[in-house]
Design a protein around this ligand. Structure first.
Ligand code: ADP
Ligand code: MG
Length: 223
């Protein structure tokens, strides 16, 4: 199994507050799946994606990636998986506004231990930008781009390290319908090439575009 969660729980705790964000989540994700996650705001969708993508640690339960327990992994191994297994489309894309398109696309490569030459990296970024139709924008700052162009930058950035899984957190949340469709089309193509996608969405139109739909409520998987 590619990803496997068993009884995963997450409690956010501070001096004054204790919030149970996830409780007893069991989930298996195979190679070449397209999983849609839906559920009301605050039910734990982002927390779940962040645990899957090794951005946050669970407070209980077992999480294994390719049969290896995440808890036992070295810092380096986790960093490696973060950079090479997963591509991220974060909420509102989290682009670096004041930097150029090319630097935004190349950002995940800075942390990758794949030893590409700078020239190779740039070639790859340019190739992606070209397929996305933003090759004339490479040296522009992201803050000067349209919503549609930003969406494409985010997608190129997610693909730069050739991930096997894209984790997408409400990726169409701030997009008009045309850009939403384009992004979904790209995700479907990524899936068709043999990869996996896990996408959180509120859009009912996308409930059934994947191979599986998961509905969450109050930190649980409902069905
Ligand atoms: N960093 C945090 N610190 C404290 N509580 C948090 C934090 N992140 C999320 N939460 C809480 O955990 C619950 C689940 O949040 P989240 O995973 O963001 O849900 P969703 O993405 O479904 O809206 C919410 O009650 C939220 O307030
Ligand atoms: Mg969220």
């Amino acid at each position: 199994m590619l990803l496997k969660m068993e009884n995963i729980g997450k409690i956010y705790e501070s001096k004054y507050q204790r919030c149970i964000a996830l409780e007893e989540i069991s989930l298996e994700v195979g190679v070449n799946e397209f999983i849609i996650i839906m559920g009301p705001s605050g039910c734990g969708k982002t927390t779940l994606l962040n645990i899957l993508g090794l951005i946050t640690s669970p407070t209980s339960g077992k999480y294994t990636i390719r049969d290896e327990l995440v808890n036992n992994m070295s810092f380096k191994k986790k960093a490696n998986l973060r950079n090479n297994l997963f591509g991220y489309l974060l909420q509102d894309f989290a682009l670096i506004e004041n930097d150029t398109v090319i630097n935004n696309i190349l950002l995940p490569m800075k942390y990758s231990d794949k030893k590409f030459l700078l020239k190779t990296k740039e070639e790859r970024a340019k190739g992606l930008a070209s397929s996305a139709g933003i090759n004339t924008k490479l040296n522009q700052k992201v803050k000067n781009l349209s919503v549609g162009q930003r969406q494409r930058v985010a997608f190129c950035r997610a693909l730069i390290n050739m991930p096997k899984i894209i984790l997408a957190d409400e990726p169409t949340g701030s997009l008009d319908s045309q850009n939403s469709e384009e992004l979904i089309k790209n995700l479907l193509e990524f899936h068709k090439r043999g990869n996996s996608v896990i996408m959180v969405t509120h859009n009912l139109e996308y409930a059934n575009i994947g191979s599986r739909l998961i509905t969450m409520k109050d930190g649980h998987i409902e069905y």
